[in-house]
Design a protein around this ligand. Structure first.
Ligand code: SF4
Ligand code: SF4
Length: 317
């Protein structure tokens, strides 16, 4: 078995559902990134501006690196019954993915070190890593019109991590096909009109950005179109036929919805909660990013279309 085959077997042992290897060459679409930033589509995510040079040229992220290993972690669990409103994005119903993936991706980095690497630096949604472009170049799938990485025979309910290493590994062939074809389901389904076009997302109109990154009030014109989402939004993933056909349940318990989500839908759920209780229940989940104040705001907005507390009728997968 080659080192690369052993590496992929190790990634599979660690529970990652895909693993590919690519080089550190600049990614394509750099002019599009500049244009996207110039148009203000990143909103207040100013770190994207600061990271732009490194995002376009991954060699700048870890100068001594010669290869990057890309791994995918499946967070998908099937909804049991109709999804209640307010809705929470699937990836956020369990443990924060940084925590869920940390030990395993560190383990993969240690494995590379034990095989001669002097550098093996792991990243999970941190730093200026252009994960989707690298994943496509590592042969794992294509970037769909909804901007997500879509893996053939697996769909797009993935989190992506990367390990930069100074080992000169044999790279995989890039994924060069685009299987979106004439489909526009994701673009048509977005309730806030956040897609300016295929693969161009105005984050300032996206429910995920507005409920997680945005601080302050949610613009009135958009709040009425949230369709019950209170943290993130899965609509442009849920409508994708590749997910309908191919998504498989995760084997990782960390991503399973916590029992609290079976009951936590009433209007005053976050209003009545104190900071300590919020930290106990959600301190190790993605909800920690908007925090208690942010979730109170989001819950109020989501309840505008929710009708009676606990009613169903949302978009589930
Ligand atoms: S996550 Fe929701 S709001 Fe954002 S682009 Fe997708 S469908 Fe639109
Ligand atoms: S819904 Fe259709 S257009 Fe959108 S990502 Fe999926 S296949 Fe591509």
């Amino acid at each position: 078995m080659s080192l690369e085959q052993e590496l992929k077997a190790k990634a599979a042992d660690l529970g990652f559902v895909a693993c590919g290897i690519t080089d550190l060459a600049p990614v394509p679409h750099t002019a599009e990134l500049d244009d996207w930033l110039a148009r203000g589509y990143a909103g207040t995510m100013r770190y994207l501006q600061r990271q732009a040079r490194r995002r376009k040229d991954p060699q700048r992220i870890v100068p001594e690196a010669r290869s990057v290993v890309i791994i995918c972690d499946n967070y998908y669990y099937r909804q049991l019954g109709p999804q209640a409103i307010p809705q929470v994005a699937k990836y956020a119903l369990g443990t924060d993915y940084h925590i869920a993936m940390r030990n395993r991706i560190n383990n993969l980095a240690d494995w590379l070190m034990a095989r001669g690497a002097k550098t093996a630096r792991p990243y999970v949604d941190a730093g200026p890593v252009p994960e989707r472009e690298l994943a496509q170049r590592a042969g794992l799938g294509w970037i769909g019109k909804n901007t997500m990485l879509i893996a053939p025979r697996a769909g797009s309910y993935f989190l992506i991590g990367a390990v930069f290493t100074d080992l000169a590994l044999v790279t995989d062939a890039p994924f060069t096909e685009d299987h979106c074809g004439s489909c526009t389901r994701c673009l048509d389904a977005c309730p806030t009109g956040a897609f300016v076009g295929p693969r161009v997302l105005d984050a300032t109109r996206c429910i995920s950005y507005l409920t997680i990154e945005h601080r302050g009030d949610i613009p009135e014109t958009l709040a009425d179109r949230f369709e019950g989402w209170a943290f993130g939004c899965d609509i442009c993933n849920d409508v994708c036929p590749w997910n309908h056909k191919f998504s498989q349940e995760s084997s990782r318990d960390e991503f399973r919805a916590r029992p609290i989500w079976g009951t936590a839908r009433n209007q005053d759920f976050f209003e009545k909660m104190g900071a300590d209780e919020f930290a106990d229940l959600f301190g190790d989940t993605p909800l920690e990013r908007p925090g208690l104040d942010g979730m109170r705001r989001n819950w109020r907005v989501a309840h505008r279309v929710a009708g009676e507390p606990g009613t169903g009728g949302g978009r589930g997968a």
